[in-house]
Design a binder for this molecule. Structure first.
Ligand code: LLP
Length: 437
């Protein structure tokens, strides 16, 4: 059986029918660390981070900056890696701020997003020295201005603007449309009004604008359309208020390949295309070139991750369908349940075997929607104890994991230069009951 189609990322190889990830034998790793197991390829994370960092610098010199959207995968080690690679981070909660802070991340390079920062979040972020707040709406700006006043600080802020772009991806991750819950829309006049409010607020400094049009985007034209709208907005703010924008963040969102039928994007080429358009547009508008930021999450970590499971049962309901149950499920991967996301699922130790059975790969939660993937081709003699790998699980898996059914979350094991280490330990049953009084 030809397995080349299964190896959808360059860090996957087949050695004598066994799946190797980042050059390491997945069966040995499952043996050493147990299952379910999140593996992450540190070299791949660094490589992807550098693609953004280097291409933005190449295009914009010292005005090009990459941030990592840490909601995609947040634990201490990730922030340390991003600091080493010279990226800033996007954080969205006190929890992500606390994690970055605990990792020793330089908090002046942290950008605090979220569409509803509580008073606690605002005060905590200021106490941790978060460099920039990305403000979603007028009430939040009022609250930030008030807390900054109480603390006697002047807080740098950016404003989240809704450019009105429909990025044509699935609804749950589509955020740039006018009726989105995020940001202040340009067409309604809300964006201009919040700029005025920020310019008049004594305890904040307005340093620019942010937008994010959505996730799993494969097409540069969506970013070009965004730049088009945003640069017009910058020009309008210059004409209306005499305001010169220092920073423009055009968000994250580049897509990744979950299955062979999806494309691979040349991110560097796409950024170059968007940058060329931006330079032309800024020159034509006659405004100063701002510092330019991008804040990818998924495309830095997704294919740097893989999940290993052990099969518990193969249930063949004659004349109906087959199920393969694994020792994890929606608790470590809720993405099929939430979005119907496609995945590549492989028999990790028998890549060459005929895949002559079609089965739904399901988890062990008491819920019929606990599905990893429908209609997966697997060997018909698959049985309890066999190892399965699910690819492209580095983004929005560990960070969206839950303890439903009081199932402990898997550890995250990092692979680096032929060695492995635990970045997040496995939750224990003691952890599960630890908060109960
Ligand atoms: N910036 C902002 C303001 C965002 O809201 C997001 C993602 C990003 C950057 C990073 O986008 P990325 O490069 O990762 O596409 N849980 C969903 C994805 C939700 C995305 C939320 N925001 C999933 O599993 O597909």
């Amino acid at each position: 059986m030809d397995v080349s189609n299964d190896l959808i990322c360059e860090n996957l190889t087949a050695v004598d029918g066994v799946l190797h990830f980042a050059g390491q034998n997945t069966a040995d790793l499952a043996q050493e660390y147990g299952t379910p197991l999140y593996l992450m390829d540190e070299n791949r994370i660094r490589r992807q981070a550098r693609v953004y960092r280097d291409t933005l610098q190449e295009c914009f010199g010292d005005k090009g900056h990459a941030l990592y959207a840490s909601k995609a995968c947040s634990f201490k080690r990730m922030y340390a890696i991003m600091a080493e690679e010279g990226l800033g981070v996007d954080v969205v909660s006190a929890g992500e701020i606390a994690t970055a802070h605990a990792a020793g991340f330089p908090m002046e390079n942290a950008y605090f997003h979220s569409n509803n920062k509580t008073d606690f979040d605002i005060a905590y972020a200021m106490d941790c020295g978060v460099g920039t707040f990305v403000v979603d709406h007028p009430e939040e700006l009022t609250a930030i201005n008030a807390v900054a006043g109480e603390k006697g600080v002047v807080q740098p802020v950016m404003l989240r603007i809704t450019p009105g772009i429909d990025c044509h991806t699935y609804e749950a991750v589509n955020t740039g449309k006018v009726d989105s819950k995020f940001g202040s829309a340009i067409v309604t006049g809300d964006a201009s009004r919040i700029v005025k409010q920020a310019l008049d607020a004594p305890n904040v400094t307005l340093c620019g604008f942010h937008c994010h049009i959505g996730s799993q985007v494969f097409d540069s034209s969506v970013y070009i359309a965004t730049v088009d709208v945003m640069v017009d907005f910058l020009k309008d703010m210059k004409d209306t208020y005499g305001y010169t924008t220092e920073k423009l963040d055009i968000g994250g969102g580049y897509g990744v390949r979950y299955v062979a039928s999806e494309p691979t994007i040349d991110i560097a080429a796409s950024i170059r295309e968007v940058a060329a358009y931006m330079k032309e547009k800024v020159a034509a508008a006659g405004i100063a070139m701002p510092h330019v930021y991008m804040e990818p999450g998924r495309s830095i970590v997704a294919d740097a991750g893989l999940t290993l499971y052990i099969v518990g049962a193969v249930k063949k309901i004659e004349g109906y369908k087959n199920y393969v149950s694994v020792d994890g499920g929606m608790t470590d991967n809720p993405r099929f349940a939430l979005y119907g996301s496609p995945y590549t699922v492989l028999p990790a130790t028998r890549l060459g075997a005929a895949r002559d059975m079609t089965a739904d790969v399901v988890g062990r939660c008491c819920e019929s929607g606990d599905i990893i993937q429908l209609d997966v081709a697997l060997p018909a003699d698959m049985a309890r104890g066999e190892l399965l790998a699910v690819l492209t699980t580095g983004a929005y898996h560990y960070s969206m994991a839950s303890n439903y059914n009081r199932i402990p979350r898997p550890p995250v094991v990092m692979l680096r230069d032929g060695a492995s280490y635990v970045a997040v330990r496995r939750e224990t049953l003691e952890d599960i009951v630890a908060l109960d009084e």
